[in-house]
Design a binder for this molecule. Structure first.
Ligand code: PMV
Length: 331
């Protein structure tokens, strides 16, 4: 008999518009990218503890995997221990959704293993995992992009192309498929790490204490709405201008750094626009460009680690002894 292996893969993402503001109900657009995390998972009767990459599961090192296993395996009454192997092309703490891709691919493998795989179940489980792992805060944008692939639009109102709705206390996020031509981005890493949980808390505090932060967050929402309209018209020059504006606003929120600003300035010489992506405080910038090689070279001259990525067609998927299930069947 073949071992009951479940395998899964899920993409990382860039946030084109709306990071941080999405936590407060403003709209946001995220694009899945072709850098993925893969997970293999095998129940093993001989193990006394769950194993990750050949060592016992450790809360500090394997937080998101532990939360996913608790949620979908241990709490469902399964007592067999799991052997988990992970493999990721995504740098961590870089704004590229590495923890979301890990949460999503682990949940996909677990749902496949327990024969409960569906797109909406995965979106819910991956968000629950990520939410707990990030200190019970944050929006479902990263895990939804990783689940669905392609691109998503998140808003507090429901529109056409609705995929699923997720709620946390008094916040509601409707997640939609965002139609998008296949795009290339140049990504450059600042060399600094940005901790999503800490940055989300910092913005929350700023938001709760000042009207200025609330106004900036509303302005970010406006750039997202205008960005969506520019995407619909295929006007990449306007999308780029709005990315520049979004970066300025994120700087005013206190989540940019001088290094991120400098990398954006360099990228813009060869790009429609550039901005930080994700939580900020370090991590990466993205540049939307028709000249990816020139843009990349300029950023490499600034000693930045760089990638040229394309928007991903595929979202999370799982396969193994029970056959392949693909998530994003609807679009
Ligand atoms: O830093 P990342 O890639 O995890 O992006 C987080 C996006 C935020 O809007 C800053 C937080 C959230 O949960 O939406």
């Amino acid at each position: 008999m073949r071992p009951p292996v479940s395998q899964a893969a899920a993409p990382g993402k860039v946030i084109l518009f709306g990071e941080h503001a999405v936590v407060f109900g403003e709209p946001a657009i995220a694009v899945a990218i072709d850098l993925e995390t893969k997970v293999d998972l095998i129940p093993d009767e001989t193990l006394t503890q769950h194993q990750v990459n050949g060592e016992p599961l450790d809360t500090y090192k394997h937080l998101f995997i532990e939360k996913a296993i608790n949620l979908l395996w241990d709490n469902a009454g399964n007592t067999t221990r799991l052997n988990v192997q992970t493999n990721s092309r995504l740098p961590s703490a870089a704004g590229l959704g590495s923890s979301a891709a890990l949460s999503t691919s682990t949940c996909a493998a677990l749902l496949h293993q327990t024969e409960q795989f569906s797109e909406t179940r995965l979106a819910r489980a991956a968000y629950e995992t990520e939410w707990i792992g990030q200190g019970e805060q944050g929006s479902p944008i990263d895990t939804s992009a990783s689940t669905h692939g392609q691109a998503i639009f998140v808003d507090k109102e429901e529109h056409d192309n609705h995929l699923w709705t997720l709620r946390r206390s008094d916040s509601t996020w409707h997640v939609h498929h965002q139609p998008l031509e296949r795009m290339s981005f140049v990504i450059a890493h600042s060399g600094e790490k940005g901790k999503t949980g800490e940055l989300v808390s910092k913005v929350q505090m700023y938001h709760d204490r000042t009207d200025v932060a609330q106004k900036i967050i509303e302005d970010i929402g406006d750039t997202t709405r205008e960005g969506q309209e520019a995407l619909r018209r295929g006007n990449l020059a306007r999308v780029g201008e709005l990315m520049d504006e979004a970066h300025e606003l994120l700087g005013m929120l206190g989540v940019s750094t001088s290094r991120l600003d400098e990398l954006c300035r360099t990228a813009r010489e060869h790009a429609h626009g550039a901005k930080l992506t994700g939580a900020g405080g370090g991590g990466c910038i993205i540049a939307l460009t028709d000249e990816p090689d020139a843009c990349r070279e300029a950023l490499q001259d600034e000693r930045a680690e760089t990638w040229i990525v394309r928007s991903a067609r595929k979202g999370a998927r799982a396969w193994g002894h029970r056959g392949t299930r693909t998530v994003n069947e609807r679009h």
